[in-house]
Ligand binder design. Structure first.
Ligand code: GUN
Length: 292
């Protein structure tokens, strides 16, 4: 019997297409607004993975014509210092988006800090007001990673209405907003997490399976329904048997690719979609300044 191979959901290609469209929009709007859009990414400490994400965001901004106002702070930076910086950025007319790269060092209360960001500059969609808007089904700035998943599923015309969707992970960054967005698209959503019992029984029922738990290769072929759509949000850096560092997802790709109908690769799946949605949110905030 011939082995089946899932179709790959190409986030890299779609991310690039979205970025090209944003470049055109920015070029058209710039003379009207009198300036380019601006994004400020704040990073505290020296976490290597966070530093790589921030560099990636800055590079993507430069390519589409968004000006970066990034700030990098030492690990020991105090809450009040960051609060003052955010206040300054809230009032800075050159800045359309503000993002605090997570995780923060343990002495800083990230939820309290996210409250400080002006809601119309909250391009990460993590301010309680924007999360509340999502909960109520109102329009507003939406969290980038789950928004990127929804956009990618839409690109491939994957039906969601009435489907069984299972989301693994309940973080504020991905799991919770992801579940709400799938619910909004009329899927029947189950949220599973680290305390869930009999995980396989739950994942086996999923027409759409989204994993965002950060456990390398957790999802094996026996956990996936034949013909499922599997979205791998995990980005885990491992050292392989040859001593080489590389990125792998939450999904055992080689196994699941033989069971699923659609699968996102890591890298090249959801990672580039997150960046594209961040740029899109920044341009959306920028556009709103013209229409005000
Ligand atoms: N850390 C890892 N991914 C993200 C993200 O999308 N936004 C923020 N703020 N922090 C992150």
């Amino acid at each position: 019997m011939e082995t089946k191979t899932a179709k790959l959901l190409d986030g890299k290609a779609l991310g690039l297409k979205i970025r090209e469209q944003l470049s055109t929009t920015i070029a058209q709007l710039q003379s009207k607004v009198g300036r380019a859009p601006g994004l400020a990414v704040l990073m505290v400490g020296d976490d290597a993975a966070s530093a790589a994400y921030v560099r990636n965001k800055e590079r993507a901004c430069n390519k589409v014509g968004i000006v970066s106002f990034n700030r990098h702070f030492p690990f020991a930076t105090s809450f009040s210092e960051l609060q003052d910086v955010i206040k300054g950025l809230n009032n800075d007319e050159r800045v359309d988006g503000i993002l605090v790269q997570l995780p923060l060092p343990p002495h800083l209360d990230s939820v309290a800090l996210l409250h400080e960001i002006a809601t119309d500059k909250d391009v990460d969609g993590l301010h309680p007001l924007n999360l509340g808007r999502l909960l109520r089904g109102e329009s507003g700035l939406r969290s980038c990673t789950p928004a990127g998943v929804m956009r990618l599923l839409k690109e491939y015309s994957i039906p969601l209405e009435g489907k069984q969707a299972v989301v693994l992970g309940r973080s504020i960054l991905v799991g919770k907003p992801m579940s709400l967005m799938l619910l909004e698209a009329n899927a029947t959503v189950t949220m599973a997490h680290s305390r869930t019992k009999n995980l396989q029984d739950i994942t086996k029922n999923a027409d759409i399976l989204v994993s965002a738990v950060g456990i390398p290769q957790l999802i094996t072929a026996d956990m996936v329904k034949d013909g499922a759509v599997v979205v791998d949000v995990g980005i885990n850096r491992i050292t392989d048997e040859n001593g080489k560092s590389r990125l792998i997802g939450d999904v055992n790709f080689d196994q699941v690719v033989t069971v699923a109908d659609y699968l996102t690769p890591v890298p090249g799946g959801i990672g580039p979609m997150t960046v594209a949605m961040l740029l899109q949110n920044t341009v959306y905030s920028y556009q709103s300044t013209v229409s005000c």
